[in-house]
Design a protein around this ligand. Sequence first.
Ligand SMILES: [Cu+2]
Length: 152
Amino acid sequence: MKNLMMLAALLLPTALFAHDYTLGGLQIIHPAAGVTAPTAQAGAGYFQIVNKGSQPDRLIGVTADFPRVMIHTTQMDGDIARMVHLDAVDIPAGETVTFAPGGLHVMFMGLNGDPFALGETFDAVLIFENAGEIPVVFYVEEISDLTDHSHH
Ligand SMILES: [Cu+2]
């Protein structure tokens, strides 16, 4: 399920790994997941979705080879960042929606002793209401995310 890209990661700067996918009017830019602690039960994934089309769309799901995959957003409750499950994310025509630490993210749950390690990749499929399904590859990178995922 994961492929090692360690050698390439050591030889090339991260920027050269930027990758993107196109599906109809949608562009998915650089799906990436943060390195997790060895005992982490969940990891978070991020990307940007650019809607270059004239019709709105919605991200209605993400699938991957983990026991549970959910779309989350982050809401501040005083000083505490809480994660809230979303059924869908609107992608308005002509706009860019950014999944990033502290905000929208995809939660990959049930890592069960197989943490996200730097340089690994894994497959996922993004599901859009209108455009359909697009397979993507998440790259595991050093992404600092202060959100506490321990309660998943
Ligand atoms: Cu989350």
